[in-house]
Ligand binder design. Structure first.
Ligand SMILES: Cc1cc2nc3c(=O)[nH]c(=O)nc-3n(C[C@H](O)[C@H](O)[C@H](O)COP(=O)(O)OP(=O)(O)OC[C@H]3O[C@@H](n4cnc5c(N)ncnc54)[C@H](O)[C@@H]3O)c2cc1C
Length: 485
């Protein structure tokens, strides 16, 4: 068998690209490769909050790449309603209904630092600047939430136009739309890329079968890192895994949240959130633990922090809920934390990955961009504002800060996490000794890497937990990228 387009990965990105491309050019033979059970998939584990303004932090406006990411999120927000309709249309009689919860309440818990307060200010400023409707909410008058005593939120705002979809239903809807549009499904894994000089000409499956293709799109989530490792050194930056855990629970006490309730995005973390799933069930998430390689399983101490945080800061009645399922998936995290979107370093190779914490939300916009490239031309709006240029897969890692800033933000993250987890110091001590120890750890990590880079705090944390050999491999790859013209 040969295909015009082979898409490696059957998560939300691989399938969205497949469906959008098939809708644009029904004559193309498109194959999606990926195991049916989707082990490790971020999409399966996602809360699928469709948040753009609720994701804003005080860093969002600081760097062109962060601003481009915000612009991508706004574009996705515009596309979502129409995208759900198009999926239903593409699936025809097999269409799967997708629950779409509207509204997002952002609450700032009592145990916050300047980081959390800064995020709330930044959300309000961005919403005002872009005319996004929002309401300030009295944090002492949120009837359906009952934070633990002493944990009352100190600030809250409501974004009426942001919400969430049910991730598992959306994947089923994408499966149905792909089937409706004749996308070929191959329940296998891609073991390697097949190349001919400077072009990718297909893939080899784990079963040993070769699958020739005109174009190959890498959308295998965090596992894309293994395929990146097969490219010439310095072609594409390393990919890390952002392990995330969440639970699906059924209310026993109190009411399920009527819309998304979440804390703001914090340095290095993804905040706490509860997402309504209908019939008294909720999605309670999520952890974020970045490491060089996928861990054997979720870390107990991190899950403990998630549960105690949600019960204390969101609603103590959640503690009575019945656990129905738990989800564990790997977010695809690039070294610079920005996505890899568009043409790869070899002819015929494309990337749709590296979306980290908000790939679900971004998926209709990313699909639209990739489909434009695969069918011979970017969408006019994309050309106009060159939105995706900054996310070119072959770029040198984007550096949004200096090495000193990186050290300081690492210390900030550690102090914030400590405060959130209930750290209380005697009156004669401030957090400076803790921050100083964390700065020292950050310096040691940078020295171990031996490359003059300024990574995000969670990436530095991954370095602090990695073995010497893996650090050397990643450092070699970063050096090769930096040496390239
Ligand atoms: C707990 C959690 C909560 C999240 N919450 C949100 C949220 O609220 N909003 C949001 O926008 N984003 C959220 N995200 C992030 C979002 O889920 C990801 O950015 C997005 O789902 C990535 O999609 P993907 O298709 O690239 O990867 P994945 O969903 O990981 O899919 C990759 C697929 O490729 C398959 N695969 C792996 N290796 C191969 C191979 N060699 N060959 C073929 N197939 C392969 C895998 O089995 C998998 O099915 C969350 C993530 C997690 C983990």
């Amino acid at each position: 068998m040969t295909a015009d387009v082979v898409i490696v990965g059957n998560g939300v990105l691989g399938l969205s690209v497949a469906v959008e491309t098939a809708l644009r050019d029904p004559a193309l033979r498109i194959a999606v490769v990926g195991p049916q059970a989707r082990p490790g998939s971020a999409s399966v584990a996602a809360g699928a909050m469709l948040n753009c303004f609720a994701e804003v932090t005080r860093r969002t406006g600081e760097h062109p790449a962060s601003r481009a990411k915000f612009a991508l999120a706004r574009e996705a927000a515009r596309l979502w309603p129409g995208w759900l309709d198009r999926l239903a249309e593409a699936a025809g009689a097999g269409a799967v209904p997708v629950r779409h919860a509207r509204g997002t309440l952002v609450v700032l818990g009592a145990r916050t630092t300047a980081d959390g307060a800064g995020s709330m200010r930044a959300i309000r400023a961005a919403a005002e600047e872009h005319g996004e409707p929002f309401e300030d909410v009295d944090p002492y008058d949120i009837g359906f939430l009952e934070a633990e005593a002493g944990e009352q939120p100190v600030d809250a705002l409501y974004l009426a136009d942001e919400g969430a979809v049910d991730a598992r239903q959306l994947l089923a809807a994408l499966d149905a739309a792909a089937a409706g549009r004749g996308v070929i499904r191959i329940a296998d894994e891609v073991a390697s890329l097949v190349t001919d000089e400077d072009a990718v000409t297909g893939v080899r499956l784990s079963s040993g079968t070769a699958l020739p293709a005109g174009a190959v799109v890498l959308a295998a989530g965090a596992a894309t890192g293994r395929l990146i490792g097969q490219l010439p050194p310095g072609s594409v930056q390393p990919m890390l895994s952002g392990a995330g855990v969440a639970l699906e629970t059924e209310r026993v006490r109190g009411e399920a949240v009527p819309y998304v309730v979440r804390t703001p995005t914090l340095v290095g973390g993804c905040g706490l959130h509860a997402v309504p799933l209908g019939d008294g069930t909720e999605y309670v998430g999520a952890t974020n633990h970045v490491s060089f390689d996928a861990p054997a399983g979720p870390r107990l101490g991190i899950v403990q922090a998630l549960l105690s945080g949600c019960v204390a800061q969101l609603d103590r009645n959640i503690a009575f809920s019945a656990v129905r399922h738990w989800h564990h998936g790997m977010r695809p995290v690039t070294w610079d934390t920005f996505p890899l979107l568009g043409h790869g370093p070899l002819r015929g190779l494309y990337f749709a990955t590296g979306t980290y914490r908000d790939g679900f939300h971004g998926s209709p916009a990313i699909a639209r961009h990739l489909a434009g490239l695969l069918t011979g031309g970017a969408a006019p709006e994309d050309e106009k504002n060159d939105l995706y240029a900054v996310f070119a897969p072959g770029r040198k890692p984007v550096e949004t800060m200096t090495a000193d800033d990186a050290v300081e933000r690492f210390a900030e993250m550690a102090v914030h996490v400590a405060v959130e987890r209930g750290m209380r110091l005697p009156h004669f001590l401030d957090a400076e000794p803790i921050a100083a120890a964390c700065r020292q750890l950050a310096h040691t990590c940078m020295e171990l890497l031996g490359v003059p880079v300024a990574p995000a705090p969670e990436i530095l944390h991954a370095v602090s937990e990695a073995g010497a050999e893996r650090i050397r491999q990643v450092a070699d790859s970063l050096r090769a990228l930096r040496r390239r013209d």
